[in-house]
Design a protein around this ligand. Structure first.
Ligand SMILES: [Zn+2]
Length: 452
C-alpha cells in the first residue's frame, strides 16, 4: 500500500469536540495523520481536494462477512431469529475457503464504498465441514485477512471460541465447523494466527455467547485475552430466550456470568445488549466495557430495541455494527439508534448527532483495538471519509448551520464520495479503485448458492 499524496484539503471537516471546521488541510505521513491546519481557503498546490464534509473513518464494529449472501433471501417467510439462524447454517454448512474469500472481499469492498474504513470481523467458521481442521487450522482466518487487504479495509479479526450447540448441548453437525473442542485448542490456534497481524490487521478474540461457551471456558478465553492485552467481543442478550436459558441453567444473566469470571473490562464489548437488565448495565458501566448496537440487523431479526438511553446515561460508550449485512450503511445504523428511541419514548433527541458519529468512529476504533483511531487528529491512522452534499439526498440542506445532523439523519452510503484508509485513497469520486463492487458481489454470491 502506497500513499500517493502528502496532503488533503477538506472543504469541511468534523474535528470532534471542535465541531465542523472549514478549509482543513490534513498532512499525511505514510499511513498516519501528521498535521492539521484549519481555515485554509482553497486547496494548496499539490493537495488533493475533498469536496463535502470529511469525517474520521467509520468503524463497523460487528460483522459476519458471509451473512452478506443471505441478503434478500431470508425476508419473506416470517419466523424469528431462530428460524433465520437455520437459513444461515444452511449457508455456513457449504462454504469453502475460495468461495468465502471471494465473498468476504466483495463484502468488505462494499463496506469501504459505504464509508467503513475499519471492520471487526467476528469469525467463527473455522473448520472444514464435519469439524475437521484444514491443513492450516487458520485457513479461513487467513483468507479473511487477505480479503480485507484486497478490499482496502482495516481489520480486527475477532477469533471466536465456540464449543457448544447451546447450554449443555453438543454442537450440531454444522456447528462442528465452529468448534475447536476445547479452549486449549482454540487458544493454540489463535496464538498461531497472531503472527498474521500487519500494520492494518490486528487479532482480537471473541466469546461467541454464553449459549456456545460454558462459564469456565468464558473465564479461560478472558484470561487468554488479558495476558495478550487483546480486545474481547461477545454476543450478549440478543434474544429473551438467551436470558431465559442462562437464568435457568446458571441462575445468572449472560452479563453476570461474564462478570463473575472476570471477562468484563475496558477491552470488552458486549454485542447487541438488547435485553440487558438494570443490574447488567451497572456491571458493564463499572467495568468500563462498551456495547455494540447493530440496529439494522436487530430490527431485521426481530430482536428488539436495546436500552441505549439507559446505556448512555450509565456512561457506557456505544459503537455500531452492520452484523448480518441486511444493509451496509453506516448512516442508517447511526440514525437508527436515535430513531428507535423516538419510537419507544415519544421524544426526540436522546442521542445527539455528534454522539452518534462518535459511536460510529472513535468508539468503534477503540472497541476494535485501534486506540486513537476514528479521529481527525495528529498521530491517528489516516482513515477519512468524505460525504458529498451534491447528491439528491443532501442537495439544498444548510451546510452552515448543522451539517452533522444533515449527514446523520439524511445521508446514505451512496453519498460517500471519497474514502482514505491508511493514507490510500481507496474510493475516489464514489468508485472503489480496486474492486468492481457490484460485479464482485454478484459473482461471489452466485458462487456460494451454486451447489453441486
Ligand atoms: Zn453477530
Amino acid at each position: 500500500v502506497t500513499s500517493e499524496h502528502t496532503s488533503l484539503w477538506c472543504e469541511q471537516a468534523w474535528l470532534g469536540g471542535d465541531g465542523v471546521v472549514d478549509g482543513v488541510v490534513i498532512a499525511l505521513a505514510g499511513d498516519r495523520i501528521a498535521g492539521i491546519e484549519r481555515n485554509v481557503a482553497g486547496a494548496p498546490a499539490g493537495a488533493t481536494r475533498l469536496e463535502g464534509l470529511t469525517l474520521p473513518g467509520l468503524a463497523n464494529a460487528h460483522s459476519h462477512a458471509f451473512h452478506r449472501a443471505l441478503r434478500g433471501r431470508t425476508h419473506r417467510a416470517g419466523g424469528t431469529f431462530w428460524t433465520w439462524r437455520e437459513q444461515m447454517y444452511d449457508l455456513a454448512s457449504d462454504l469453502d475457503p475460495d468461495r468465502y474469500e471471494a465473498l468476504a472481499t466483495a463484502t468488505f469492498a462494499e463496506m469501504v464504498l459505504s464509508g467503513y474504513t475499519c471492520v471487526g470481523e467476528f469469525h467463527y467458521l473455522h473448520h472444514a465441514p464435519g469439524g475437521t481442521p484444514y491443513g492450516d487450522a487458520n485457513e479461513i482466518g487467513r483468507r479473511l485477512i487477505v480479503a480485507a487487504a484486497g478490499a482496502g479495509i482495516r481489520l480486527t479479526l475477532l477469533d471466536a471460541c465456540y464449543l457448544a450447540g447451546g447450554i449443555g448441548v453438543e454442537p450440531s453437525p454444522v456447528q462442528m465447523r465452529f468448534s475447536d473442542g476445547t479452549t486449549e485448542a482454540w487458544a493454540a490456534r489463535v496464538d498461531e494466527l497472531s503472527g498474521a497481524a500487519t500494520a492494518s490487521c490486528r487479532i482480537g478474540v471473541a466469546i461467541h455467547s454464553v449459549r456456545a461457551v460454558p462459564p469456565g471456558a468464558v473465564g479461560a478465553v478472558a484470561a487468554f485475552a488479558g495476558e495478550r492485552d487483546a480486545v474481547v467481543h461477545a454476543h450478549v442478550s440478543e434474544q429473551p430466550q438467551e436470558n431465559a436459558e442462562s437464568l435457568a441453567a446458571y441462575r445468572a444473566t449472560p452479563v453476570q456470568i461474564l462478570d463473575d469470571v472476570g471477562a468484563l473490562s475496558p477491552r470488552f464489548t458486549a454485542v447487541h445488549a438488547t435485553h440487558v437488565s438494570g443490574s447488567d448495565i451497572e456491571m458493564l458501566a463499572a467495568r468500563r466495557s462498551r456495547c455494540c448496537i447493530c440496529p439494522t440487523t436487530e430490527r431485521d431479526l426481530a430482536d428488539g430495541i436495546g436500552p441505549t438511553a439507559e446505556l448512555g446515561a450509565a456512561g457506557i460508550e456505544l459503537c455500531l455494527g452492520s452484523d448480518s449485512h441486511a444493509v451496509i450503511d453506516p448512516f442508517e445504523e447511526a440514525r437508527a439508534v436515535e430513531l428507535n428511541q423516538r419510537l419507544v419514548t415519544l421524544r426526540r433527541g436522546t442521542h445527539q448527532p455528534a454522539d452518534l458519529l462518535a459511536a460510529a468512529t472513535a468508539a468503534g476504533y477503540d472497541s476494535l483495538g485501534w486506540p486513537g483511531g476514528g479521529r481527525v487528529a495528529v498521530g491517528a491512522p489516516a482513515d477519512l471519509v468524505t460525504v458529498s452534499f451534491a447528491g439528491p439526498r443532501l442537495a439544498g440542506v444548510d451546510r452552515r448551520s448543522d451539517p452533522l445532523a444533515a449527514v446523520v439523519f439524511a445521508a446514505s452510503a451512496g453519498d460517500v464520495h471519497d474514502v482514505v484508509v491508511g493514507g490510500e485513497h481507496v474510493v475516489r469520486d464514489g468508485v472503489h479503485q480496486r474492486v468492481d463492487v457490484p460485479a464482485a458481489l454478484a459473482s461471489s454470491i452466485d458462487a456460494v448458492w451454486t451447489r453441486p
